[in-house]
Write a protein that binds this ligand. Structure first.
Ligand code: 2NE
Length: 272
């Protein structure tokens, strides 16, 4: 459980199942219902970076320690006039960077939710590709109650998931919804008994891992492309380039350049 720099994580647990292709990242602040501080987010970003770069990893699980909470959002005790501040004299909203990282990560990220997924913790589960919920899960946005909001992905992705009316209800009323209500609203993929949560999540991981990694990579970027605008197209376009580089046609261009000759693309078809 190291971060690759030899330092142990304090706010998260990072595990990889050797030979299976699954990485599991657990927010480890159960005494605060897994509320995050800037340091927690920095560790999460490092772990997600590692899971992205590790070609043996095909699926990533994001979860919270214990059964009481997935994540209760930003640690309100550390909220300052310019974000959340822990060991620094200025505040940060670095959870927004983490949201973008999860969204652009070319591998599926599954939120495994037991207990509360509220506030910024609710947004984190929404930016994950899939959500497997325990029957004790509770979902909601508390922003309007505690004087906060997420006007980025927290609003736009929610509106896509549950529709514009329900999204307004969630944000304006700050209600909590149980797992079955969340499933009905389209917020989660499946609800299972708490004791089966991990087993069911692993089953979903293994089903994904049986499938083509490139197909999944392109599909993830395609499913996000319209909503993510230029950044979404760039992600999708990057995948086209990645695949094109593996063709003889692309290789002819590079080889010709290296051999200081004119490229000969005449043998490559101009497909209808
Ligand atoms: C999560 C919830 C509903 C759980 O309730 P319950 O009754 O199960 O537990 P309790 O007693 O409220 O919490 C246990 C301990 O965890 C702390 C509590 O203060 C308590 O501490 P002690 O009294 O034992 O010392 N705790 C829980 N959540 C915390 C938090 N977020 N920050 C700091 N301490 C927290 C209930 O605890 C709850 O409603 N929590 C607050 C949820 C919330 O409003 N989150 C912030 C939303 S804003 C946000 O996340 C955000 C954003 O809007 C935009 C950008 C970035 C972040």
């Amino acid at each position: 459980v190291c971060d690759g720099t030899g330092k142990e994580f304090t706010d998260i647990i990072y595990e990889k199942s050797v030979g299976e292709g699954i990485a599991k990242i657990t927010i480890n602040r159960p005494e605060r219902r897994n509320a995050f501080r800037p340091h927690t987010i920095k560790e999460l970003i490092r772990a997600f970076d590692d899971a992205r770069d590790d070609s043996t990893v095909g699926v990533i699980i994001l979860t919270g320690k214990g059964t009481k909470a997935f994540c209760s959002g930003g640690d309100q005790a550390l909220r300052s006039s310019d974000g959340y501040a822990d060991f620094e004299s200025f505040g940060r909203l670095n959870v927004l960077d983490l949201q973008v990282q999860i969204r652009r990560l070319p591998k599926p990220v599954i939120a495994m939710v037991a207990g509360y997924a509220v506030g910024g913790g609710h947004v984190l589960h929404m930016v994950c590709d899939l959500t497997v919920a325990a029957d004790n899960a509770v979902f909601g946005q508390t922003g309007a109650k505690v004087g906060s909001f997420d006007a980025g992905y927290g609003s736009s992705i929610m509106s896509r998931l549950v529709g514009p009316k329900k999204a307004r209800e969630m944000w304006f009323l700050s209600r909590f919804y149980n797992a079955y209500e969340a499933e009905k609203m389209g917020l989660v993929n499946v609800v299972v008994p708490l004791e089966k949560l991990e087993m069911e999540t692993l089953k979903w991981c293994r089903e994904i891992l049986r499938n083509s990694p490139t197909a999944i990579r392109v599909l993830k970027s395609a499913l996000n492309a319209v909503d993510d605008g230029h950044a979404g197209l760039q992600e999708l376009g990057g995948n086209a380039t990645l695949i094109f580089y593996g063709t003889k046609e692309a290789n002819e261009g590079k080889t010709a350049y290296m051999e200081r000759r004119r490229p000969d693309f005449s043998k490559f078809p101009r497909r209808p």
